[in-house]
Design a protein around this ligand. Structure first.
Ligand code: ATP
Ligand code: MG
Length: 736
C-alpha cells in the first residue's frame, strides 16, 4: 500500500512539475538561445566594421571557358572600341554621351572579364602565383607609419593590419608580413592585429592595409588605373585607343605588378550634398576624394573624429558605410585654348553639345596669387567701349573693378559689352555664371556668338539648378583657366556674375557643415574666400611674361544698400566700383552709372592721355549738375548762369547714354565728349543727342579721315590736333 502511495504522490508531483515548470524551463533555454544569437550578430558586426576590406561576394569569380585565347580577348575589345568610336565620331556627341558612357563601361568590363579568365588559366596562373613573393617584398620595402597612424595610436594601442589576396598565400609569406608589421609597430610601442582575407575578385596579387593606408599590388587595382585613363582620353582619337589597347594587352600578357599606395576612409552619413566620413587620417583641406560609386567630392572640413566634404555629382548612390578613396591632389580643371568658344561646367566638362574638350593640361583650382615682386603696376587700359566707364571710371589691365547695383540695373549688360569690345584686341575672356538662370546663359552665348565674341570667350556655367558645391568652385575654376593664359603672357578679362550668389552658395555649404555663422549668417571666412579669389587678378612683371587678369566681379545689392556685408567686403577687396543706380536706370539713363559713387582707384594711370585730356573736369561737372538738378526740383526761379550749367549737364548726361551691344572706340568717345564739353551742341534738343552722336561719328570717320587716323594713333592731343578737331567740329555744327 505504502509503495502505491509513494508512486501516486510521485506521479502527482511530476504532473505538477510538468504543468508549472515547463514554461520556466523553456524560457530559461530561450533566453540563453537569444543571448547566444545576439552575441553572434554582434561579433559579426564588429568583424565587418573592423575589417577594412569589403569582400564583394556578389562579384563571383568569372566563368572559365576552355577555348579562351589572348587574341580572342583582343578581338572582343577591338569590336567594342570600334563601336565606341562610331558613337564618338558622330556630330552631336553630347546627345550620345549616355551611350558612350555605357559603351566605355562595357569595354572596361570586357577587358576585365577577359583578363580575369586569362589569369585563371595556365601558364598565367602559375606565373601570377610566382609573383606573389616579389609583391610581398615590394610592399614590405614601402610600408611606413603615417602621421595619421601615429595620432591614432595615441588613443588606441592596436593598429589593424589586413592582408587580402586573390589566392591563399603560403604560410611563410603571411608570417613574413606579420613579422614585418609587428616590427614596424614595435618601433612606436604599438601592437598590430593581422587579419588575413581571401578575395577572388582581386583576380591576382595581394594588398596590405595598415591603418588607413593600402599598399595595393592587385590586378584589380591595375584595372582601376586603366579605367581612369580610359575615361580621360577620348576613344575616337584612333591613335590613343590603339595605344591604350595594346598597352593594356601587353600588361595582361607580361604582367609586372606595381604597388599603388592610397588611403581609404568610410562614409558615415550623407545628406544635402554633404558627406561626413571617418578614416582618411592624413587628408588635407581641399583634397579630392572618390566614392565607391565613382562620384567625387572635395574636403571642406576636418575635425578630430570626422571629415566633412561636399559632393560634386549625384549623391543618391553613395551609401553609408561605403569606402572613400583619397586621390592625393586638390581639384583641377582643364585649361588651354581648346576652352575658347565653349561652355563648360564648374569641373571643366563641356556642356554645350560640341563634343569633348581636347585639352592637354589641367590646373589646380586654388593657386597662390602672384607675390608683390611678381607684379607690375597697372599701366595699360582695358577699354570697355562704354562711354560712361571709359571716361569716368577707367579700367586698367590687371585691375579688379566691382560692378554693383540692385537687381535688373544692367550689371550683366556692362560685363557682356566689355567682352564684346575685346574683339580683335587679343584679350581672352572668361564669363563665370554663378547661380544664374540657364536661359540667361544660353542667351548670353547667342549674343556673344552673334557679335563674333564667342571665339575668344569661355563660359563657365554653374546655374541656380546646380549644386551649391559646384556654384562654390565655379569662380575658382574660372580663375585657374584665366591663370593659364596669364602665365603664358596673355591678357585675360574674367567676369564673376555674381559673387553675392556665390556667397549664398558658400553660406549654404557652411551651414550644412555646421560651421558657426557670423554676420548676416555668412561664415566668418567669406571675406578670405573672396579676397583669395580676387587677389589672383594681377598684371605680371615683364620677367614673367607681362600677362594680366582683369577681374570684374558683380555684386547685387538690396534697395541700393551698399553697406550690407558682402557689398562692403567686395568693395574693400577691389580697386574700385561701378555703382549702378536703379533710379537712374528707371529714368532712362542707361547704363545707369552713378558718377558720385563710382570710382576707379588705379585705372586713372591706365587711361589714355587723350581721354584724360577731354574728360578731366567731366566728373566735377556732372556732380555739379546732379546737385543743381536735385535743388531745382524745389524752385523754378533760376538765373541764366544756372540754366546754362543745367543745360550743359543735361547734354553731358544724354551723351553718356549708350545702347547695349554697341561699343564705341576710345578716340570717338573722346571726340564726342570734347564736342559736348566745348559746347558744340549747346543749341541742340537733348532728345536729338543720339542722332547727333551717330552723325558725328560718321562725319569724323568718313569726312575727316586724316584727323581720325591722327586721333587713333595719338596718345595725347597736341595743340595742332586740337585746333584741327575744333575746326572739324565747327564745320560739322554749321552743317547740322
Ligand atoms: P540681374 O540682377 O537680373 O542679374 P542685371 O543687373 O544683370 O540683372 P541686366 O540683365 O544686364 O541687369 O539688364 C537688365 C535689363 O536692362 C535687360 O533687359 C537689359 O536689356 C536692359 N539693359 C541693360 N543695359 C541697357 C542699356 N545700356 N540700354 C538699354 N537697355 C539695357
Ligand atoms: Mg545679371
Amino acid at each position: 500500500m505504502e509503495i502505491q502511495y509513494v508512486i501516486i504522490n510521485f506521479l502527482i508531483l511530476a504532473a505538477i512539475l510538468v504543468v508549472f515548470g515547463r514554461k520556466t524551463v523553456i524560457s530559461i533555454f530561450k533566453n540563453r538561445y537569444d543571448k547566444l544569437n545576439r552575441d553572434l550578430t554582434e561579433a559579426e558586426e564588429i568583424l565587418a566594421s573592423s575589417s577594412p576590406v569589403l569582400i564583394d561576394e556578389e562579384v563571383a569569380a568569372p566563368e572559365i571557358s576552355d577555348d579562351f585565347e589572348v587574341e580572342q580577348a583582343r578581338a572582343a575589345a577591338e569590336a567594342k572600341i570600334s563601336q565606341l568610336k562610331s558613337f564618338e565620331e558622330r556630330e552631336c556627341r553630347e546627345i550620345h554621351r549616355g551611350m558612350i558612357e555605357d559603351a566605355r563601361k562595357e569595354l572596361f568590363e570586357i577587358l576585365k572579364k577577359n583578363t580575369a579568365e586569362l589569369f585563371s588559366k595556365e601558364p598565367y596562373l602559375s606565373r601570377m602565383r610566382a609573383l606573389e613573393s616579389s609583391i610581398v617584398d615590394n610592399i614590405l620595402s614601402q610600408i611606413k607609419l603615417t602621421s595619421g597612424d601615429m595620432s591614432y595610436l595615441k588613443h588606441s594601442d592596436v593598429l589593424y593590419v589586413t592582408l587580402t589576396s586573390a589566392h591563399p598565400l603560403p604560410k611563410e609569406l603571411v608570417e613574413k608580413i606579420d613579422e614585418a608589421t609587428t616590427e614596424l609597430l614595435n618601433t612606436v610601442n604599438g601592437k598590430t592585429s593581422l587579419w588575413v582575407l581571401e578575395d577572388p575578385a582581386l583576380i591576382g596579387g595581394l594588398k596590405l592595409r595598415i591603418g588607413d593606408t593600402v599598399y595595393d599590388g592587385t590586378v584589380v587595382e591595375e584595372f582601376y588605373h586603366f579605367n581612369r585613363r580610359l575615361n580621360r582620353e577620348p576613344i575616337f582619337d584612333s591613335d590613343a585607343s590603339d595605344s591604350l589597347l595594346s598597352e593594356f594587352m601587353d600588361k595582361a600578357e607580361n604582367y609586372q605588378p606595381e604597388i599603388y599606395t592610397y588611403q581609404l576612409g568610410r562614409v558615415m552619413t550623407v545628406s544635402d550634398g554633404i558627406c561626413w566620413m571617418d578614416g582618411l587620417a592624413d587628408i588635407m583641406y581641399g583634397e579630392v576624394i572618390e566614392f565607391e560609386c565613382g562620384e567625387r567630392g572635395m574636403v571642406l572640413d576636418i575635425q578630430q573624429n570626422r571629415i566633412g566634404c561636399v559632393i560634386f555629382g549625384k549623391y543618391e548612390n553613395i551609401e553609408s558605410g561605403s569606402r572613400v578613396r583619397r586621390i592625393g591632389r586638390i581639384a583641377t580643371v582643364p585649361v588651354g585654348d581648346c576652352l575658347l568658344g565653349r561652355i563648360v561646367d564648374a569641373r571643366g566638362n563641356a556642356i554645350d553639345g560640341e563634343g569633348y574638350l581636347p585639352f592637354k593640361e589641367r590646373r589646380p583650382i586654388e593657386f597662390k596669387a602672384p607675390a608683390i615682386l611678381e607684379r607690375a603696376p597697372v599701366d595699360s587700359p582695358l577699354h570697355t567701349g562704354i562711354k560712361a566707364i571709359d571716361a569716368l571710371v577707367p579700367i586698367g589691365k590687371g585691375q579688379r573693378e566691382l560692378i554693383i547695383g540692385d537687381r535688373q540695373t544692367g550689371k550683366t549688360a556692362i560685363a557682356i559689352d566689355t567682352i564684346i569690345n575685346q574683339k580683335g584686341k587679343g584679350t581672352v575672356c572668361i564669363y563665370v555664371a554663378i547661380g544664374q538662370k540657364e536661359t540667361l546663359i544660353a542667351e548670353i552665348r547667342e549674343k556673344l556668338k552673334a557679335h563674333g565674341a564667342l571665339e575668344y570667350t569661355t563660359i563657365i556655367s554653374a546655374p541656380a539648378s546646380e549644386s551649391a558645391a559646384l556654384q562654390y568652385i565655379a569662380p575658382f575654376a574660372g580663375a585657374a583657366m584665366a591663370e593659364h593664359f596669364m602665365y603664358s603672357g596673355r591678357d585675360v578679362l574674367i567676369v564673376y556674375d555674381d559673387l553675392s550668389k556665390h556667397a549664398v552658395a558658400y553660406r549654404e555649404l557652411s551651414l550644412l557643415l555646421h560651421r558657426p555663422s557670423g554676420r548676416e549668417a555668412y561664415p566668418g571666412d567669406i571675406f578670405y574666400l573672396h579676397s583669395r579669389l580676387l587677389e589672383r587678378a594681377a598684371h605680371l612683371s615683364s620677367e614673367l611674361g607681362g600677362g594680366s587678369i582683369t577681374a570684374l566681379p558683380i555684386v547685387e545689392t538690396l534697395a541700393g544698400d551698399i553697406s550690407a556685408y558682402i557689398p562692403t567686403n567686395v568693395i574693400s577687396i577691389t580697386d574700385g566700383q561701378i555703382f549702378l543706380d536703379s533710379e537712374l536706370f528707371n529714368e532712362g539713363q542707361r547704363p545707369a552709372v552713378n558718377v558720385g559713387l563710382s570710382v576707379s582707384r588705379v585705372g586713372g594711370a591706365a587711361q589714355s592721355k587723350l581721354m584724360k585730356q577731354v574728360s578731366g573736369n567731366l566728373r566735377a561737372r556732372l556732380a555739379q549738375y546732379r546737385e543743381l538738378a536735385d535743388f531745382m526740383q524745389f524752385g523754378s526761379d533760376i538765373d541764366d548762369e544756372t540754366k546754362k550749367t543745367l543745360a550743359s549737364g543735361r547734354m553731358l548726361m544724354e551723351a553718356l547714354k549708350q545702347a547695349r551691344y554697341n561699343p564705341i572706340p576710345d578716340y570717338l568717345q573722346a571726340v564726342l565728349i570734347f564736342a559736348v564739353s566745348e559746347g558744340y551742341c549747346a543749341c541742340l534738343d537733348p532728345n536729338e543727342m543720339a542722332k547727333f552722336e551717330r552723325e558725328l561719328y560718321a562725319y569724323i570717320e568718313n569726312d575727316c579721315k586724316e584727323l581720325s587716323e591722327k586721333l587713333k594713333a595719338a596718345k595725347k592731343m597736341d595743340e595742332q590736333t586740337k585746333s584741327e578737331l575744333k575746326a572739324a567740329l565747327g564745320e560739322f555744327a554749321a552743317r547740322a
